[in-house]
Write a protein that binds this ligand. Structure first.
Ligand code: ZN
Length: 198
């Protein structure tokens, strides 16, 4: 079943989600929710979906960066983003236990801010601890786009959205991103946006 993705302004997106209890993870309704969230994020399509985005304030998110999502992005831009496919993953009660001071800045979007994008700085590397869909404690060390996806989803569980971290001058519609900026290196985009301010 495809779930309804709520848009910015819905109070649940600004709440701190509650952790799931170990015994809740195995419940049929939790497993059903995971399956529906997987279906929903694939159909959107998107690379991640957090439970608050489907109206539920619990610490659960799914991520998946399928190879076909990158087929229209040039090899140069993919290398710049350090973007590689990520297999489907369920994150329950995730927390960032380490993050690099070194940051990377790229355009980012969100299924709850449909049609928009902006430049967002995030740590280039993170270490995340979480429970998987069987309640097993796991740890991921991620770099590049994968690290970005993890930070974006964990922000959702804290009631944060990328617009809280974006460079406001870079906020734009995805149509205009595609039309004017998509194939430019981030440095060139920044320069063009800065020049326009003078
Ligand atoms: Zn999002």
């Amino acid at each position: 079943m495809r779930l309804k993705i709520v848009q910015v302004g819905e109070p649940v997106l600004r709440q701190r989600a509650r952790p799931l209890l170990q015994e809740e993870i195995a419940l049929p309704e939790t497993q059903q929710l995971i399956a529906w969230m997987h279906e929903t994020v694939r159909e959107a399509p998107g690379v991640g979906l957090a439970a608050p985005q489907v109206g539920l304030p619990v610490q659960l998110a799914v991520i998946e960066d399928r190879p076909e999502y990158s087929k229209d992005i040039s090899a140069e831009r993919l290398a710049e983003r350090e973007r590689n496919p990520v297999p489907f993953q369920v994150l329950i009660n995730p927390r960032i236990i380490e993050q690099s001071a070194e940051q990377a800045e790229f355009f980012e979007g969100c299924l709850s801010l449909a049609g928009f994008s902006a430049l967002v700085k995030r740590s280039r590397r993170v270490t995340v601890e979480y429970l998987d869909d069987r309640g097993q404690l796991r740890r991921i060390e991620a770099q590049g786009w994968y690290a970005r996806i993890l930070q974006h989803e964990i922000d959702h569980l804290d009631g944060s959205l990328y617009i809280d971290r974006m460079d406001p001058r870079s906020f734009m519609s995805i149509d205009n991103l595609t039309r004017h900026w998509k194939d430019m290196p981030v440095q060139a985009v920044r320069q063009a946006l800065a020049a326009a301010a003078e």
